[in-house]
Design a protein around this ligand. Structure first.
Ligand code: ATP
Length: 505
């Protein structure tokens, strides 16, 4: 199998208009990205399919009846008291280490340390790397400092291991030239803040939401009072989230502004296990239906020490992980399915003074429900889809194609008049005008046909419809299939039916 190189994927994303660095003409800004003409189509497709799978067409529950989920779009800035109640003001922080030499800052839990076998007893030497650093980057660094580049000669340590933290004087930081320049870890809050109104003071301080989930808890009562939902039920939301990540890395995988797709499923505490299992299976099924392959997906249960404050008491969190080219052979988180217990609603009830209980009309029982939360990254999902679709193929002019499923492809079909001759263009334009009412299609008139096919391969368009001399005589067009490059002829007036059929699969 040909390996996928992240540099090539990032280059294609820029060249073809999927993702650009934000403020590109000013040299960019670390951790921020813009989605170009095709990137926004792809992101919208993922967003819409998630919304369909959650809100408009949610799955059939374990008891055979369809589950009930309603949507929400809450504000990015909320009353700052909400973030105190949720624990984000006091606790949404990561352990940070500064490098006194380079002034760079690292997340301690993102570093790994290697003990060099050849170091002397009592004077053990450790080399630190970012856990997401590629092998090539590690070798370059080891060579530069005159150590062996064979990682088998090193013993790998978790950076939080006391053997490392107690030995900081003998640790070489990831970008430093001198040993012992990393400081002890200290907590760093990840929330961006701003000031609301004309004056900038503590009284006006507000936060950009670091997750969409809290907006859902804040509206739990509003939704109960205004709709006919009955326990168990869910509230789903898609939107921007902001985290002042210390080391934004790996393209759009970890950025400072990103989008989340979160659903809070409210149920009775005793049913939490049943629902966590249910949602876990449904979420894996969802990602597979979009084309992510079995071999690139993995399920991982969080260790007790990495669980969030709210999840410690409950069933914990299970992650769906994807094998990204920069994590391979390891995997990186794509979605977490957490049991948040009754933590959030209890906290908001306490801090706001508003009752956030559910009243069961049949039994007259009042209780604060438990929550199972499937929380996925929309932008991280886009990256997984691009990485999965990226298929190097030296045998074709573009050298690569994006193997998106038809439902995910930014353009479902390209309509190509074989030549810019008079009779081909009007027929192509007519077909384009008819199809675009229903599908995202492209009309591409200029350049030779080979170049136009190559462009469509690179942007992942599954079908090209070509209008040629035979179209006028027998009313047929050529369909070229992206992956096989095979061509067949179909009737011009059946192009819509053809696409509709393909979109189902
Ligand atoms: P990580 O451990 O990678 O920092 P997390 O466990 O803090 O992530 P959650 O708070 O569970 O992440 O957020 C839910 C989802 O949001 C994640 O599974 C991921 O897909 C996405 N996500 C979180 N942080 C980022 C980020 N900085 N950039 C892009 N997506 C993110």
């Amino acid at each position: 199998m040909t390996t996928k190189d992240m540099k090539d994927i990032v280059a294609l994303c820029k060249r073809r208009g999927f993702v650009f660095p934000a403020s590109d003409i000013y040299g960019g800004i670390n951790g921020f990205w813009d989605y170009g003409p095709l990137g926004v189509e792809l992101k919208n497709n993922l967003r819409d399919l998630w919304w369909k799978a959650m809100v408009t067409c949610p799955p059939i529950g374990p008891d055979g009846a369809p589950v009930e989920i309603v949507g929400l779009d809450s504000s990015i800035i909320q009353n700052p008291k909400a973030w105190e109640a949720s624990g984000h003001v006091g606790g949404f922080s990561d352990p940070m280490m500064d490098c006194k030499e380079t002034k760079l800052r690292y997340r301690a839990d993102h570093l790994v340390a290697y003990l060099w076998k050849k170091s002397e007893p009592g004077k053990e030497k450790f080399v630190a790397f970012h856990q997401e650093a590629e092998e090539e980057e590690k070798s370059r660094r080891l060579k530069k400092i005159g150590f062996s580049t064979d990682l088998a000669e090193y013993q790998k340590y978790d950076f939080n291991d006391p053997a490392i933290l107690g030995n900081l004087a003998n640790v070489l930081g990831p970008d430093a030239r001198e040993f012992g320049t990393l400081t002890e870890p200290k907590q760093f809050n990840l929330m961006f803040h701003t000031f609301v109104g004309a004056t900038a003071g503590e009284d006006n301080k507000a936060y950009l939401r670091p997750e969409t989930a809290q907006g859902i808890f804040l509206n739990f009562k509003n939704v109960l009072d205004s709709s006919r939902v009955k326990m168990p039920f869910g509230i789903a939301q898609i939107g921007k989230a902001f985290r002042n990540e210390v080391t934004p890395r790996n393209f759009i995988f970890r950025s400072r502004e990103f989008e989340q797709m979160e659903m809070e499923w409210f149920c009775k505490g005793e049913d939490a296990k049943k629902w966590q299992d249910f949602w876990f299976k449904e979420r894996v099924k969802f990602w597979k239906s979009l084309g992510l392959s079995d071999e690139n997906l993995q399920i991982r249960n969080h260790d007790q020490d990495e669980l969030s404050h709210y999840a410690k008491a409950g069933l914990g969190t299970a992650d769906i992980e994807y094998k990204f080219p920069f994590t391979a052979p390891d995997f990186g988180e794509l979605e977490g399915i957490a049991h948040r217990c009754d933590f959030d609603l209890t906290q908001h009830q306490k801090h706001s003074g508003t009752k956030l209980e559910y009243l069961d009309q049949t039994t007259n029982e009042r209780y604060i429900p438990h929550v199972i939360e499937p929380a996925a990254g929309l932008t991280r999902g886009v990256l997984a889809l691009i990485c999965e679709a990226y298929t190097p193929d030296p045998g074709r002019p573009s050298g690569v194609y994006l193997n998106f499923t038809p439902s995910m492809a930014p353009k479902k079909a390209a309509i190509l008049p074989l030549t810019a001759k008079e009779e081909h263009v009007p027929t192509a334009t007519k077909l384009y005008l008819a199809l675009r009412e229903e599908f995202a299609v492209d009309l591409d008139v200029k350049q030779n046909i080979g170049k136009r096919y190559a462009r469509q391969d690179e942007i992942g368009t599954p079908y090209c419809f070509t209008i040629d001399n035979d179209t006028a005589s027998d009313g047929s067009i050529t369909v070229r299939e992206r992956n096989t490059m095979a061509q067949e002829r179909i009737a011009l007036d059946k192009a819509g039916d053809f696409l509709r059929e393909k979109m189902k699969g």
